[in-house]
Every structure is written in structure tokens, then in C-alpha cells.
Design a protein around this ligand. Sequence first.
Ligand code: PLP
Length: 265
Amino acid sequence: MSARTAPPRVLTIAGSDSGGGAGIQADLKTMLALGTHGMSVLTAITAQNSVGVQGVWDLPSEAVVAQFRAVVDDIGVDAVKTGMLSSPALVETVAGLLRPLAEAGVPIVVDPVAVSKHGDALLAPEAVETVRTRLIPLATVLTPNLDEAAALTGQKYAEEADLRPAAEAVHALGPAWVLVKGGHLPGDAVDLLYDGHTEHRFRAPRLDNRHTHGTGCTLASAIAAGLASGQDPVAAVGAAKTYVTEALARGFALGAGIGPVDHAW
Ligand code: PLP
């Protein structure tokens, strides 16, 4: 029997969630569920569960570089997703590694993770400027929620009518596409995808489920899996929105706090 053809290769550069709900763990589950081969460069380790983040340990830049080189120089990547980058030094390191890939046309999905749903910081405040100037211009698709869009642009965004101005302001920072997520607003969960010319709105009914841990990581990884599989950004975001809506509908209670979205169905 001959070996089967390898699936598309997707790399996540992100933090570990020991509780298995978000971060690298959510990324790899999403990549598997969507028929791709997931690989990981760990940036930080969190001690984390359903009630919060109890500790964060950043990995040294040289460990990030070594993981990246190991994967890229042998296996190769069809798309990259970045998540928790923690410190200015790690953002700088990752941006330096990604620039040649971006120049070679490898799609890069940047999830500008700043704060967890529990309110724990996952990015040092002094790293926001590095994210803005070094990482975001490399993004094929940038996936801020409305709060992250506000933090990146210094504006105030609080309602659905703000999605378009937020998308325009964030797009000016240099990503090819920006997906501004309005999921925590009242009413339908509406996200707006924008490339500087055309907007696409993705709408899903609000689900009555508090077990939402890992939604952002799952969405960004699903977009990366779609891009790695040859979808264009509009198709990849549409499919990813459908996937995360289903994963959220199946989110389940675990521990005493906010449980994870589900990837196994
Ligand atoms: N922990 C890690 C390591 C993450 O990367 C993220 C999000 O990207 C989170 C926690 C936060 O997940 P959530 O906001 O869905 O709780």
C-alpha cells in the first residue's frame, strides 16, 4: 500500500492552556477536525483551568526559534496562525521568523490575543505597540474582537454600528484582511471581514451557552486550516464561522467556571 498524500500543514505559534480549552490545545484540535496536519511552536506555558489563569511562563526566544526552524526547514507549512505571544521580545522574535514566510506568500492568521475571558492578561501592555507595528502588517487575516480593535487603534468601539469603522481603522495598520468580531455584543453574533474595499458580514444566532472558552483560538485556527486547504479568505472565514458556531453550540461544563467549546462530533 502506498503512503497517502499528506494533508495541508498548519502551524500554530501560541501559548499552552493546561485546561485544554484554548491556546495550542484548541488550535490542534481544530486543525485535526478540519482535515489538516497541525504543528505547534509554543511561546508560553499557562497554568490554567475553567476559573482563570494561575500562572504564565514565557519560553526563551531561542526555544521559539528552534521549534520554528525544526518545523519549517523539514516539514514546511501551508498556513500559520499566531495566538498568545506574551512579551515584546516574543512578538519581535515571531515577527522576524514570519516575515520571510509572508514574503513567500504563506497565509498568516494573526489573532491579537490580549486578555482571556477571565480578564487575565495574555499580552504585556508594552507589547501592543510591537504587535501593531511588527506583526500586524504581516497578517493575511487579522482577527481582533471589538475590544482588541479598540486597544489597537486607541478608539472606543461598543456596538454593531462600530464594526465597519473599527475594520477601517484596523485595516489601516496593514493586514490584507481584518475580521472584526462582534460576538460579545447583544443580539446575533456578527463579524465583519474587510479588505480595504469590500465588507462581508457573517451572522450567527446568539447561543445560550456560557461555555465559550477557546472560541477565539478555534476561529483563527479554522481560518488558517481553510487557507492552508486552498480556500480564499472569504470562503475560509465563512467555513470557520460555521465551525466555531457548531463547536460553541456543543460547549460543555467542565470544572467550576467556563467550560470549553467542543471539537469532537
Ligand atoms: N489561554 C491561552 C493560552 C490562549 O491563547 C487564549 C486565547 O487565545 C486564552 C487562554 C483565552 O481563551 P478564552 O478567551 O477563549 O477564554
